[in-house]
Design a protein around this ligand. Structure first.
Ligand code: ARG
Ligand code: ZN
Length: 474
């Protein structure tokens, strides 16, 4: 049986025209207002009701902008931070939460007035001096410091602020962003970001978007970055290290900033040089690139063992191969611009980015997508790839397992065979256009596929996304 989508996902049909720039769309505000468990009275809920991460995000407000100021010294691993979140109350609020793990909070102010706060697990509970009215815009300023420690995910990989020998590898999927700044930690709530990061002279701090300014004085360098298009908190980075930096503008006018650990530089160069052509190819296949900036952060972070599609500028734990670059680049459309409404729909990110790798091979003299599909389909019944259906990874522990990536991509290949190439690629481009800088849910993707193809595709999606065990050949 096809599981019912959680409330948050079902409600996203109201999301038609999504945010442009940092403006908070009214529809999203109403979505955030109704998502999550009901609360008693004017208290913001402690989570947005995501079935996999019930405490992720918070109820009662929608963020508009984050202004992060961070100082970090890799030698002591000490972080000093001030985060100012600008938000709008979606209900009357006498109290609301932010998500933050570890660190010491030294002060909280709401609209510049000192506010009471306490900590409870990952919730930073804020009581403003005066209640916030429904619809009221407000700012909350949190000063904090300490030694950030990453969350260890179920696959054993660290997630969040991960110290390296010369700085930090910073990525936050699915939960790690709250290890380095207080946030509304769910992709439903996107905002624009400013970053001001100060590090010892000689190191470079790289965040999302565009570098606005870089200044050295008194042995420290401050980097100011701006991510103007809306971004989910897990896609924020402020990675630090001894980096070789290269800046250029592509023929298409994209602002590119690459930061590479010198020990990885030789291996990374030939792959990073392909970024403009990969983005140009993906723009042809998926529709216009959604951001004004691009680039790569290539770190040496042996304990991490993954890359992340941090918005505009993926972060790699070591020099990536071309497939990985194609994958993280495809996420800029699938995952970053079109964000999840619920973590359960993770195949909308990983299945699509994996299928982008197959398509890239196919169109660049490599294996056909059919051949890649066939090779996977040969896997015996007890292979990991058939462990669970990708539309229902059951909990937050299996988000990055093989079925989500491989069987997710196989689902798209089956769709392509069922509707033909012309309709299939129109579906992809319509999807990225309609949900650009916004959100998408699986049910909406199925609807769109049926609408553009004129076919009933329910059983195809049921078999590939939701039915247990290895699907029979159609
Ligand atoms: N989204 C990343 C990718 O497929 C994988 C992130 C894995 N994260 C983790 N905490 N294990 O490119
Ligand atoms: Zn991925």
């Amino acid at each position: 049986m096809r599981p019912r989508l959680p409330q948050a996902a079902r409600r996203t049909t109201v999301l038609r025209r999504e945010a442009v720039g940092a403006a908070l769309p009214v529809a999203l505000a109403s979505l955030l207002a109704t998502a999550g468990p009901a609360t008693a009275g004017p208290i913001g809920a402690s989570g947005l009701g995501d079935p996999y991460f019930p405490l992720a995000g918070n109820g009662g407000y929608a963020t508009r902008h984050y202004d992060l100021t961070i100082g970090y010294d890799p030698r002591t691993r000490h972080l000093d931070g001030t985060t100012v979140v600008t938000a709008r109350a979606t209900q009357r609020l006498t109290r609301f939460d932010l998500d933050l793990r570890g660190l010491k909070v030294t002060g909280v102010a709401v609209d510049r007035a000192k506010a009471a706060f306490r900590r409870q697990g990952q919730e930073l509970i804020v009581t403003p001096r005066r209640a916030l009215a429904k619809g009221q815009a407000f700012s909350v300023r949190v000063a904090y410091s300490g030694t950030p420690a990453p969350i260890v995910d179920s696959d054993g990989s660290p997630d969040g602020w991960v110290p390296t020998d010369d700085g930090a590898f910073v990525a936050g999927q699915p939960q790690g962003s709250m290890t380095w700044f207080p946030c509304d930690n769910h992709p439903l709530d996107k905002a624009s970001y400013d970053f001001t990061v100060t590090v010892p002279k000689g190191l470079t701090a790289v965040a999302n978007g565009v570098l606005r300014d870089q200044r050295t004085s008194g042995g420290r360098t401050t980097f100011r970055w701006r991510q103007s298009e809306p971004m989910a908190s897990y896609l924020a980075t402020a990675s630090i290290g001894k980096f070789q930096v290269r800046r250029y503008t592509t023929a298409d006018g994209l602002w590119v900033y690459d930061a590479v650990d010198p020990r990885e530089a030789k291996a990374a160069a030939p792959v990073l040089n392909k970024l403009p052509s990969v983005l140009a190819w993906e723009s042809k296949v998926f529709g216009p690139y959604p951001f004004r900036a691009a680039g790569s952060i290539v770190d040496r972070a042996p304990k991490v063992d993954y890359a992340l599609e941090t918005q505009t500028r993926p972060v790699y734990d070591s020099a990536p191969d071309l497939s990985t670059l194609v994958h993280e680049s495809a996420h800029q459309w699938f995952g970053d611009s079109v964000a999840l409404t619920t973590w359960k729909d993770i195949w909308l990110n990983e299945g699509f980015a994996t299928y982008a790798e197959w398509l890239y091979d196919e169109q660049h003299g490599g294996k056909s997508a059919q051949a890649t599909f066939d090779a996977l389909y040969k896997s015996p019944k007890d292979d990991d790839v058939w462990d669970f259906p990708p539309g229902d990874p059951t909990d937050g522990e299996s988000l990055f397992d093989d079925p989500v990536y491989d069987r997710g991509a196989m689902t798209l290949h089956e769709l392509r065979k069922a509707v033909g190439d012309a309709v299939f690629f129109r579906i992809l481009r319509t999807w990225t256009a309609q949900h650009r800088q916004g959100h998408g849910a699986t049910a909406q993707f199925i609807d769109l596929s049926e609408r553009l193809s004129g076919k009933n595709l329910k059983s195809l999606f049921h078999v590939w996304l939701y039915a247990a065990g290895k699907p029979k050949k159609a």
